[in-house]
Ligand binder design. Structure first.
Ligand code: ZN
Length: 363
């Protein structure tokens, strides 16, 4: 059985298969309109995210399947303190596949350990959001025709931006990727991601502080929101905020066929007068999100029926250390529910298997 907890839990070949299916769905909508007739998707949204939930719901409906679930933990029995492990064991009796959104980081991974049906991580705190990453990959594939030999600039909040971390991880598995990081000092990409993802996979990575200096080289510009709350110093924010706004003037230096992506919602980091530029792909990206979720649900169910593999996701099958250390992340599921404390060894010490944060009382 296959779950989708993080994009790198599935192989490049499997990612490519999902993208191929998505392209086939786009070309042959009718062919897929009843393929999941009689199947049920449960959307377990412990924290509200209307657009992600609607994207999953419409994806399942367009495959001919049905949807059940809740959109907010407060309105369901889970608010009575039921653990994630118990909830998925119960829901697995009613549904064929589960999409889970949770504010506790690592919750979908815990769910996958106990579930008898495939689990899709629909976003866990600020940790991972793999269906956004698949959406980004499908958009790049459709817009550029390939996932290799691309120079991609990431602009804005690269420290906390989970979509950025996840897309860098996913793209680092393809050939000829060049990464350019465009961020203020306070919001630079965490050095452990640079070391463990970019350096380890030999992805040339460069850091700059303005988009002007790299704009002509980029095939893709991935914009993110720079939030005031992220800055310790308000004056610093005021000084920097305009440098990370994309406007038609800055776009003049870009290639004719560069594409602009943004995970949305945006605030003001892309001015509205960019929207009509053919390079602005961020609204097309939303529609791709539905197609890629259709392809994902379809393939996870297909793989589960065809393959007799372990139901434990690869992340929990690797070399893990069981210990009574504490994860340093207060939002981690391991600090909130009674789960096995599991850690893996990274270049800079031990990290939590659920959320990848560093360990307290590390040896
Ligand atoms: Zn953790």
């Amino acid at each position: 059985m296959r779950h989708l907890i993080d994009t790198t839990d599935i192989s490049v070949a499997e990612v490519d298969q999902i993208l191929e299916t998505a392209l086939d769905i786009i070309a042959n909508r009718q062919k897929y309109s009843e393929v999941l007739k009689g199947k049920k998707l449960a959307t377990l949204f412990y924290e509200p995210s209307t657009r992600t939930r609607l994207s999953f719901t419409s994806a399942m409906m367009e495959l001919g399947g049905n949807v059940l679930g809740f959109s907010d933990a407060a309105s369901s029995s889970v608010s009575k303190g039921e653990t994630v492990a118990d909830t998925v064991r119960v829901i697995g009796c009613f549904a064929d596949i589960i999409a889970m959104r949770h504010s506790k980081e690592g919750a979908p991974l815990v769910a996958s350990h106990y579930s008898e049906v495939p689990i899709i991580n629909a976003g866990d705190g600020s940790h991972a959001h793999p269906t956004q990453t698949l959406t980004d990959l499908l958009t790049i594939r459709r817009e550029k025709g390939r996932l290799n030999n691309l120079t991609i600039g990431f602009c804005g909040d690269l420290k906390f931006g989970r979509t950025v971390h996840s897309l860098i991880k996913a793209l680092s598995r393809y050939e000829g990727i060049n990464v350019v990081l465009i961020a203020p000092e306070e919001l630079r990409l965490p050095s452990y991601i640079r070391r463990e993802v970019c350096d380890k996979n030999n992805v040339p990575t460069r850091e700059v502080t303005t988009m002007e200096e790299v704009m002509p080289e980029l095939d893709i510009l991935y914009m993110t929101r720079v939030q005031k709350e992220r800055f310790l110093d308000e004056e610093e924010f005021e000084r920097l905020k305009d440098s990370f706004i994309l406007n038609p003037e800055r776009l003049k230096a870009a290639k004719e066929d560069m594409i602009i992506l943004h995970p949305l919602p945006r605030v003001n980091e892309i001015t509205r007068d960019v929207d009509n530029d053919p390079r602005a792909a961020y609204f097309r990206q939303v529609e791709n999100g539905k197609f890629v979720r259709m392809a994902l649900i379809y393939n996870l169910l297909k793989w589960s029926s065809e393959r007799s593999e372990s139901k434990i996701t690869p992340r929990l099958r690797g070399e893990l250390v069981r210990n009574d250390w504490r994860c340093s992340n207060r939002q981690c599921i391991s600090n909130m529910e009674d789960v096995d404390k599991l850690f893996h060894e990274a270049a800079d010490g031990y990290r939590c298997a659920y959320c990848e944060a560093k360990v307290k009382n590390n040896k």
